[in-house]
Write a protein that binds this ligand. Sequence first.
Ligand code: ADP
Ligand code: MG
Length: 573
Amino acid sequence: MTNDTQSPEMIDGFHLVIDALKLNGIDTIFGVPGIPITDLTRMAQAEGMRVISFRHEQHAGNAAAAAGFLTQKPGIALTVSAPGFLNGLTALTNATTNCFPMILISGSSEREIVDLQQGDYEEMDQLAIAKPLCKAAFRVLHAEDIGVGVARAIRAALSGRPGGVYLDLPAKLFAQTMEAGAGKASLIKVVDPAPRQIPAPDSVQRALDLLKGAKRPLILLGKGAAYAQADADIRALVETSGIPYLPMSMAKGLLPDTHGQSASAARSYVLAEADVVLLVGARLNWLLSHGKGKTWGGPNAATRQFIQIDIAPTEIDSNVAIAAPLIGDIGSCVSALVAGMGSNWAKPPADWTGAIYERRDKNLAKMAATLALSPSPMNFHSALNVIRNVVKARPDAIVVNEGANTLDFARSIVDMYEPRKRLDVGTWGIMGIGMGFSIAAAVVTGKPVIAIEGDSAFGFSGMEVETICRYNLPVCVIVFNNNGIYRGIDVNPTGGADVAPTVFVKNARYDKMMEAFGGVGAHATTPQELQSALDEAIRSGKPTLINAVIDETAGTESGRITSLNPTSAAKKK
Ligand code: ADP
Ligand code: MG
């Protein structure tokens, strides 16, 4: 029975935002409630979305970024205006730098007041500030445009090179209402947000010709290859071609690090000696010494040629000339190469592969000898050896890693066996991703998470252990506690009362922080203690923090990037 005088059912801006996200398969929000988005978090939860509340927006943003990397759906971070927005912005920009898809949604003040700079509560022209720092930025002023705004944000985050998108939602928008039927009809379900991009056939042929002529070929896998979820194609490329490969840190596990063609333990040799290098979703940025200089030295520097697979055409030639660009999505490009190789593809010369594997095995034997030592106090090696064995037994666990020495050593010591199981400091080498990435990894995968944290790195996001406890997540944080930044042994040269800038409180008990919120704390001074605490954490799935006491004299300034310090750089000149 219809009743013409009955007022039509209405829908408000809050629910249009929630419905637009849900329509696009987005079921989780990472955020920090506050004016004007508190009710949005409540209503989203009431509508069945998972809402993970953080203690600081930067970590909610980092969680959204990691969720985006792991799922190929944009992670959603939600913040209040001005200061909350700015706190989230670091994560948004970092996600864009890493090519991870995420959307930062921030509430904002009314345009009328912001544009006249009349001094609203938390007034800021957020859209203008976000624009140069992310991939795309949009603002929605009218309820009927929410569907378009969310659709544009999703497509911008996922299409082409993935990245961070800012979506500005003024407070007034949430309370706007429209007729429910029209509201529903205004929402857009995004069709094929990251369409396959098939490489041009002549570019495939050019790459194959180059590879065919190579005497010392090398494949370099980057985190773009991990993101692409083209795992079987990548394995086929490596195994069909017979070419040794080197994974960048977040590409570790795309093939197990124990794979016979891994050149990881002969990294400097292959970079210096390779004559044709195939880059798969890896940029020739600082992490690869820009493709030139000493790292890429040796007799082939002048004649070396690069093939680069990337979805972003403008990435090509960014640092050195690329002889054979291959533009498209990794799955399409790699499968085209494999198809072109056919079944009789000649494997690379045995003198090249033999020399690599001989060096690698020698280095691995040396490493095994170091790992077998058990000094007291523990050093990075003896502690990481424990984690290395645990990850070997639980290859589905996700490893999050940040720090300086803790990062460098863990990257080379802890082997990975499955794709997208390693999340780390990424392209910027940023500190502070630890707890945000760990929370996202636990939330979106349900797998155990092992966060390998330098004591300094942990401090950037440490308060989020409360969040880990509140949601009862299977995260085991291991703090490599050597009493300071890089090391704990610097002294104040003036003899004054202040400690040196790099030194923390000695013998701090980070494990007590986890206990404060009901999680499990453990204090480990030996590999055996570390082992049993970590085993128990994985077995129980309880939030755990292990304070791993590391020799305070272990570690070097800035880990392996000492040369980037201005004083060392000046000395080198
Ligand atoms: P790493 O730090 O591991 O070397 P980078 O972040 O430097 O990796 O490089 C990742 C590259 O992968 C970026 O240039 C990005 O454009 C590219 N990329 C991301 N996703 C895809 C995809 N689906 N297909 C092709 N290239 C991609
Ligand atoms: Mg330290």
